[in-house]
Ligand binder design. Structure first.
Ligand SMILES: Nc1ncnc2c1ncn2[C@@H]1O[C@H](COP(=O)(O)OP(=O)(O)OP(=O)(O)O)[C@@H](O)[C@H]1O
Ligand SMILES: [Mg+2]
Length: 154
């Protein structure tokens, strides 16, 4: 599994931008990591890479924010407050995640059944004693997202 040390918040954002630049319709980025790991920062980079202009803030309280001013529609979902599949479906998140555009899902591990079988799992881990560094792992779960693994070192 491709893994890389990200030595600054800027490096994390830049990785997101590269993912956003290469994203095609149907791309789903499952962002996984503890509180404050950098999921929203990475999602903001993905949005910037897609050409989204407005700030990509945390959608924790609205569950999903749709940005339509980029190259493709960008749905930014946050499952932190979502209890399970039924609640997610009721909130319309299934449509958001399986929509025509690109999707980033924070806390994707909370409701894994929401994800399409083929997605990019992006795990951000803290580094002990180094508050501004993260280890990131990219794992494509199917052929559609396999090309993104190379983006880690691009
Ligand atoms: N290398 C790094 N990568 C990512 N974030 C970093 C890094 N170094 C420091 N940070 C800081 O960590 C914080 C990450 O916040 P962010 O909101 O992106 O996390 P999050 O995973 O979305 O949190 P939450 O679980 O609350 O949604 C930011 O303040 C960012 O500046
Ligand atoms: Mg967040």
């Amino acid at each position: 599994m491709p893994r890389r040390r990200l030595r600054s918040a800027a490096a994390t954002r830049a990785l997101g931008e590269r993912l956003g630049q290469r994203a095609e319709a149907g791309a789903v980025f499952a962002l996984v990591g503890a509180l404050g790991a950098g999921k929203t920062l990475l999602a903001g980079g993905i949005g910037a890479g897609l050409g989204v202009r407005g700030p990509v803030a945390s959608p924790t309280f609205v569950l999903c924010m749709l940005h339509e001013d980029g190259r493709l529609p960008f749905a930014h979902v946050d499952l932190y407050r979502v209890a399970g599949l039924a609640e997610a479906e009721a909130a319309g998140l299934l449509e958001a995640i399986h929509g025509r555009g690109v999707c980033a899902v924070e806390w994707a591990d909370r409701v894994p059944d929401l994800l399409p079988a083929d997605h990019l799992w992006v795990e951000i881990r803290p580094v002990a004693g180094r508050p501004n560094e993260r280890d990131v792992i990219l794992r494509a779960t199917g052929p559609r997202h396999a090309p993104f693994e190379a983006v880690l070192h691009g």
